[in-house]
Design a protein around this ligand. Structure first.
Ligand SMILES: [Zn+2]
Ligand SMILES: [Zn+2]
Length: 144
């Protein structure tokens, strides 16, 4: 897998990756299925598919952890969410609304577009549901 446009994972799998990142350490399939109210078999299938992307390490019966590439991708996913919700909040949505609306479509927004929006907002550091971190894959060129 060589694509790096931010759309490597489907919107649903992106949410699973973000969850694994935010929970930290080794995450069990059950943790994910409980969190998303989905059948464990659905998650197991998704995780098996995701393990071919090099973003996660999956040891059956033990759990799932992120690779360094997976951590980087999850950081992008978090930035994507926060940049988009911040943009929406500038157009009259409350923070709560912006957060919920962003979740409905952020999974379709490419890295390039996120970087352009991030840039046009002046590389904000404070988001609505948390800090916005800028890394080397971001358009931000100054000190971090
Ligand atoms: Zn949010
Ligand atoms: Zn930026």
């Amino acid at each position: 897998m060589t694509r790096n446009d931010g759309l490597e994972l489907s919107p649903k799998k992106s949410e699973y990756l973000k969850y694994i990142f935010e929970k930290g350490g080794i995450v069990r399939t059950m943790d994910i299925s409980d969190n998303f109210h989905l059948d464990p078999s659905t998650i197991t299938k998704a995780i098996q598919e995701m393990s071919s992307t090099g973003l996660i390490d999956y040891v059956p019966y033990r759990g799932i952890s992120l690779t360094s590439k997976g951590t980087e991708h999850a950081e992008f996913l978090v930035r994507r969410h926060r940049v988009i919700e911040l943009m929406l909040s500038h157009y009259g949505l409350s923070g709560h609304e912006a957060c919920g609306e962003a979740l409905k479509f952020e999974g379709y927004i490419s890295r390039d577009v996120v970087n352009k929006i991030c840039s046009s907002l002046g590389h904000p550091r404070v988001g609505i549901c948390g800090k916005i971190m800028h890394n080397k894959s971001c358009c931000y060129l100054g000190e971090n």
